[in-house]
Design a protein around this ligand. Structure first.
Ligand SMILES: Nc1ncnc2c1ncn2[C@@H]1O[C@H](COP(=O)(O)OP(=O)(O)OP(=O)(O)O)[C@@H](O)[C@H]1O
Ligand SMILES: [Mg+2]
Length: 526
């Protein structure tokens, strides 16, 4: 306190000092690279509380996790509600980072001039209130920048397409990044990315805004955490770690507060600004509340790139569906395996550089494995989608010899009144897709169908209404879903053979538009 009364707010650089043992201990703790930031935040940071004035910073639980996200990941993106201490935490962390890591350039990019000024003001406040023995001396102390005696500096700028250009940045902090104008954010991000690639770190923190801005894009990629084996990674495909907190984690906010706030700003704005939901107007096939509660489980075994979620058993029926793709790096080919009549997901495979013959080989391997484990062949049913690329798969199956694939090749019934050349497998039309989607929705929402795969659940979250059908949002995939839809269509054919499937399948309201199916499947393998 005496410091500010004396008007000595800062500390001179390279001042000779003598320390007590306790002070040396404090310094050592703050310098600790693994959790020095926490010691500093808890022992030496003061903040201005709107009601109580100057108070010691005592981080809330979610703030501890937020600070952990800042510290433990080179790239991190953090989504928090309004007024939850985002800027406060950033100011404390960045000051610690500058004072205890020599020769760092920290760039703060804020969406408005006042925002940039505000963060600097917060940093200065923490600095000025900080005990002398732990803080570093400054060689320059301005509104827009601070330079420390250890060679580190903090620079704050408004985010524009040019921000940070030509600077060698060790740590970039973007505040309220979702509120930077979309075109500016994009230009800024494109120009800053190469700088980061050479070793810099990045922290993006914001309350969400739209579903399609740069912040949302980085967030969504950070949320895609499955590698090609279906294993969950700590960071997303763009290398970012994602962190989210919601309003109810704030100790001062309860249901009464929520109701008042909703009354003030409306439900939609509340969900965005406090629930941290992207304003998604897209309607997902599966009810969003149900989607949010769907949990994935880890595979119990990996066979090549096929992930198995459930042991196979002798008294069940298995449906294996292949949705083929070219295998040239574009769309993914996918296989789904479900157990009937439990409708439980058993195994899954997806790849985009596996050629069609190898896709058929993987289907065969799966069928062989089930046959081997159960000792039964006539409980295995398999099929493929035969649209365009699927035709190539049919040729491969023909060359390979259908009889070499254990189980029965199921084909769709020829519809009454439809005169067309019979092709094995299933042909997807607008109508068949929509009705399979409707069936999938009912079965998942009524918990009749059990899916376990994380990658499949991720796809379901991005599977949205488009025109009068459903498809993946731009930039996302729906190949695993396509294979599930094929399984569903196989089930509706199979139910006429297996009374167990018939009983359970038909209890779900029948949405198929065609009449009593006339099944056709041809097999040489009993
Ligand atoms: N752990 C804490 N204990 C008490 N008060 C806190 C704590 N963290 C932050 N605050 C106070 O909460 C208020 C909001 O903090 P801050 O401005 O950092 O939030 P923000 O999330 O950046 O808000 P905005 O969304 O408006 O940018 C400030 O007055 C700050 O001092
Ligand atoms: Mg803020």
């Amino acid at each position: 306190m005496s410091k500010s009364l004396d008007g000595v707010l800062t500390k001179k650089a390279n001042k000779k000092e003598t320390f007590s043992e306790d002070q040396i201990n404090d310094l050592m703790q703050c310098m600790n690279t693994s959790d020095g930031y926490l010691y500093f935040a808890r022992q030496f940071a003061y903040i201005q509380h709107p009601v109580q004035g100057k108070i010691e910073f005592s981080p809330y639980e979610y703030q501890l996790r937020l600070l952990g996200s800042y510290h433990n990941h080179r790239f991190n993106i953090n989504m928090l509600p309004r007024q939850t201490g985002k800027t406060t935490c950033a100011a404390i962390y960045l000051l610690w980072y500058a004072m205890f890591n020599p020769d760092q350039t920290i760039l703060i990019a804020a969406h408005k001039y006042t925002g940039a000024q505000e963060i600097m003001a917060r940093i200065r406040y923490v600095y000025e209130m900080c005990a002398d023995h732990v803080r570093a001396g400054v060689t320059s102390y301005n509104k827009g920048s601070i330079e420390f005696e250890n060679g580190s500096r903090i620079v704050s700028q408004t985010t524009t397409g040019n921000t940070g250009r030509g600077m060698s940045i060790s740590l970039l902090y973007c505040d309220e990044f979702a509120f930077v104008q979309p075109n500016i954010a994009e230009e800024f991000w494109t120009s800053i990315s190469p700088t980061l690639a050479t070793g810099g770190r990045a922290i993006l923190t914001s309350t969400p805004n739209s579903d399609e801005d740069t912040f949302a894009t980085i967030w969504k990629q950070a949320e895609q955490k499955y590698d090609e084996h279906g294993n969950e990674q700590e960071v997303g495909i763009n290398g970012f770690h994602s962190f989210i907190a919601t309003w109810d984690e704030h100790p001062d906010r309860d249901d009464t507060w929520r109701d008042e706030e909703i009354g003030r700003i409306g439900e939609e704005k509340f969900r965005r600004e406090y629930g941290c939901e992207f304003l998604v107007f897209d309607e997902t096939l599966i009810n969003s509340i149900h989607l949010a509660n769907m949990e994935s489980t880890k595979p119990i075994m990996n066979m090549g790139q096929t992930r198995w979620y459930k042991k196979v058993k002798a008294d069940a029926t298995y449906a294996i569906a292949l949705d083929p793709a070219m295998g040239t790096g574009g769309d993914y080919a996918a296989i789904q395996v479900f157990e009937l009549p439990a409708y439980e997901q058993v195994a899954e495979w997806r790849h985009n550089t596996t050629p069609i013959p190898a896709q058929v080989r993987i289907l065969t391997d799966i069928a062989k494995y089930i046959q081997q484990e159960t000792g039964i062949t006539n409980s295995i049913y398999w099929s493929v989608e035969n649209n365009s690329i699927g035709e190539a798969a049919l040729i491969v199956i023909n060359d390979f010899g259908e009889e070499n694939i254990p189980g029965l090749f199921v084909s769709e019934p020829i519809r009454k009144g439809h005169v067309r050349k019979f092709r094995k497998g299933f042909n997807t039309t607008h109508g068949t897709k929509v009705s399979a989607c409707a069936r999938l929705k009912t079965m998942i929402e009524s918990d009749k169908m059990k899916v376990y795969s994380g990658p499949l659940i991720t796809e379901l979250k991005g599977f949205v209404a488009s025109g009068s059908s459903f498809k993946a949002k731009p930039g996302e995939t729906d190949d695993l879903i396509s294979a599930v839809l094929l399984v569903i269509r196989m089930m509706s054919v199979l139910k006429d053979w297996d009374p167990r499937i018939y009983n359970t399948f038909t209890t779900v309201e029948d949405t198929e538009e065609y009449e009593a199916p006339m099944p056709i499947f041809i097999s040489t393998n009993y």
